[in-house]
Ligand binder design. Sequence first.
Ligand code: AOF
Ligand code: ZN
Length: 352
Amino acid sequence: MNPYLLRCLELAHRAPPSVGVNPRVGALLVESERILAEGWHERPGGPHAEIAAIEAVPPSLRERIPAATLYVSLEPCCHAGKRTPPCTGRILAEGIGRVVVGCCDPNPQVAGRGIETLRQAGVAVELAPDPRPFEAVIRPFARSIRRRRPYVILKWAETADGKIGRSSGERLLISGSEALRYVHQLRSRSQAIMVGKNTVRRDNPLLNVRYAPGQPPVRILFDIDLDLDPTLAVFRPDAPVIVINHRRNESQGHLHYFVPHNKTAYIRLDILLGELYERCGIGTLLVEGGRYLLQQFLNQDVFDEVHVLRGPQTAPEADVTAPRLPDELYLDYIAPLGADLLFIYYPSNPNR
Ligand code: AOF
Ligand code: ZN
């Protein structure tokens, strides 16, 4: 791959999970084999990657901008009426003559029109020979903008005989340290994490990031009648907490009480997630349990990936069976994590 395009991918990965409903994008300006400046898209409402790169050019090098090539991992946007002005306008205003693009923007409001706009204005636009690595970086964005709901990863750990817990409520440690690290990496890459009410009450989980670097995700809880004990660990102020309920619709510090507008949201996960996407800007969601909630996501076909960590042993008195996987899944990846095995499944038809 062209090293400048590869660098765009690296820069795109600097975007934190709070980039939310927006894509991860990286860009750089190169003139005579010299990198004038780099940029990436950091947060919704913040400058797009191209703009960040243009603005990072030191004053002494600004006069070189028109002679430079702009490398960008995603097609520059051309649509107005959103949080930031269209990047195509700024590219033209700067007089940049050549742009190399990783892949097209799947946003229906762009979808090739950004490239078209630049070409019509006389800019030489080239596309990366293989768009797949660029499409892979924006996969959550591509899926969520089309369905207008967050990209959903379901995750659980199960014993060698497929049990995830004890009905007595007594805690069960299934995974070894490498698998735990993996889970915390997954959390640190997710904008939000969701668990069912019984899991909160019984396990009193922290739902933070301890065994990996990174920020704790937004916690999303179900507390319909607002009767959960406020001293539970999930309510700690280390991360924003969205409390789905049917009484209060207001924010109090880090606590965001959320009443869905559409009453069917209490039983239809696609509608609930649609509201979390539109109203709270939640773009990626990790669902960690318990069994009932995970099974609802599977049954209602509201997920994009399933990560199962299978331990090497059975556990005494473990009697809660793992969620039942639908037939239309394909197993994409298996890898050992210490003594555990990680299985990653995808829906067979991701365009469903
Ligand atoms: C780009 N470069 O770095 C990004 C783009 O709400 P806004 O103003 O931030 O616009 C978000 C839309 O812009 C998003 O849906 C996608 O189509 C595009 N994102 N485009 O040229 C970037 N992040
Ligand atoms: Zn843009």
